[in-house]
Design a protein around this ligand. Structure first.
Ligand code: 5AD
Ligand code: SF4
Length: 474
């Protein structure tokens, strides 16, 4: 038998890219490709790129430069494909700028990978001419992307992403997504459920529903009627084996009453909500075309907290949007103080070609952006540290995901996505453990198991976890 061909995939940017990379890997597994963790021995290298900020987009070119140098040194020539949002946005420009690239494939065409690779191969030594595929085809790529095998699912562990919605119709003035990922499209309910059933069968316990604007989900059910996110979450939580559901990322405008009620009524829906707000200034929110003001954001936070008192929030922020004054920025700091976040991402505004904000005057100087992001991140870091510290002594379920750094240790995730280190045998991976948090450090928490699916309950718990014979005290 001939040697299997080797595939190296590197993903940049968001969780959607992580998911897409897995689907591309699954597609190519059927064609006989096996994954390798270095580009050096790969027959095919895929760079799955992100276009959201300039820095992210530039990474692809430095990575391509490194790849070319590596190939020149080793004399080994692998095929190189650029996928993701830079592929969509820059298309043929990439081939012009980086001659080593054989294929440029936009996110809606991943199902065509095998066919496009065959075309590139057929070009033989001439193949550096580069094939560019960035159409939005009429067919649904998900109908053609093969699902992962059971072995592939098991290898990826007990948590999985599932794309339920792609694209965005919100047109925030700073954002490239409506252009790179196109209009908002929701996948049909039955197809998502089929995928979740398959994942659960492979041992997955936690599903994160992903999309650029996932709380606007409105996929059709079997009768063609649109179904919203609350119903989708409910149906997924019913799948045997699934213990936890999350969704990301959301827009405040789509946090409707029914979704807020779902946070109250569905225990499987984790009490952790990523809700980007971007700015605390009404003037800037309007200029960003966010379609809501700070008051609406406060109102939503209050309602969600009333529905689910143990909920924690995370968010995205942009500093230095064109025209942002010291006062506008003070409003952002004030919003953060008032809400209190368990975690957050914050970015300096990056002007993106083709977006409405790129054409605005009054771009904020780089040093002002730097000062603001420094102050904002310091505040957010303090809030995160305070949230983590308040977890000491709390007891919650941890989904045990993988082995830890030291023998006998496992790492799991809290409802708030914190990493939690516990002592437990590897056979407990994939189970929920009830853990009391004993210690908190900047990167992770550590705790002690008091019971759970793999372990006996507290009352009669033999401490096989710790190899002792006395009972554990809570
Ligand atoms: N500049 C800086 N940050 C941006 N984001 C999106 N576009 C830009 C931009 N042009 C941030 C937003 C969004 C997150 C995914 O990336 O905060 O929520
Ligand atoms: Fe971009 Fe705004 Fe859509 Fe989010 S909601 S993807 S920031 S346009």
């Amino acid at each position: 038998m001939s040697e299997p061909r080797k595939l190296y995939v590197r993903s940049f940017g968001c969780q959607m890219n992580v998911y897409d990379a897995q689907r591309m890997t699954d597609t190519l597994a059927k064609e006989g490709y096996v994954e390798t963790d270095t580009p050096d021995d790969a027959d095919l290298v895929i760079l799955n790129t992100c276009h959201i900020r300039e820095k992210a987009a530039e990474k692809v070119y430095s990575e391509l430069g490194r790849l070319r140098k590596g190939q020149e040194e080793s004399g080994r020539r692998s095929m190189i494909a650029v996928t993701g949002c830079v592929a969509q946005a820059e298309g043929a420009e990439i081939v012009k700028r980086a001659r080593a690239v054989d294929l440029v494939i936009g996110p809606q065409s991943y199902h065509k990978l095998p066919e496009l690779i065959a075309q590139a191969e057929a070009r033989g030594s001439n193949r550096r001419a580069g094939i560019v595929e960035t159409e939005f085809p009429v067919e649904d790529k998900f109908d053609f992307l093969p699902p992962p095998t059971r072995a592939a699912i098991a290898k990826r562990g007990p948590t999985a992403f599932v794309t339920v919605q792609e694209g965005c119709d919100k047109f925030c003035t700073f954002c490239v997504v409506p252009y790179t990922r196109g209009a908002e499209v929701s996948r049909p309910l039955s197809k998502i459920l089929d995928e979740v059933i398959r994942l659960a069968d492979g041992g997955v316990r936690e599903i994160t529903l992903i999309g650029q604007n996932v709380n606007a989900y409105h996929g059709p059910d079997a009768t063609g009627q649109p179904v919203g996110l609350p119903e989708l979450v409910r149906r997924i939580a019913e799948v045997p084996g699934i213990a936890r559901v999350r969704y990301t990322t959301s827009h405040p405008r789509d946090m409707d009453e029914e979704l807020i009620a779902a946070h109250r009524d569905m225990p499987a829906l984790m009490p952790y909500l990523h809700l980007p707000v971007q700015s605390g200034s009404n003037r800037i929110l309007a200029a960003m075309n966010r379609k809501h003001d700070r008051e609406l954001f406060f109102e939503i936070v209050a309602k969600v907290r009333a529905a689910r008192p143990d909920i924690a929030f995370s968010s995205d922020f942009i500093v230095g949007f064109p025209g942002e004054t010291d006062e506008d920025f003070a409003d952002t700091m004030d919003l953060v103080e008032k809400v209190g976040f368990a975690s957050a991402f914050s970015f300096k505004y990056s002007s993106r070609p083709g977006t409405p904000a790129a054409g605005l005057g009054e771009q904020v100087p780089e040093d002002v952006k730097s000062q603001r992001i420094y102050a904002l991140q310091a505040l957010l870091d303090r809030q995160k540290a305070a949230f983590d510290a308040a977890c000491r002594g709390r007891r919650f379920d941890i989904l045990l995901e993988k082995v830890g750094r030291f023998p006998g240790q496992l790492i799991g995730r809290s409802p708030y996505l914190q990493s939690v280190v516990v002592e437990a045998p590897a056979e407990a991976i994939g189970t929920l453990a009830s853990v009391i948090v004993r210690d908190v450090s900047t990167k992770s928490l550590s705790g002690e198991i008091l019971g759970g699916e793999f372990f006996a309950t507290e009352a009669g718990m033999e401490t096989r976890i710790r190899g002792q014979s006395e009972k554990v005290e809570a």
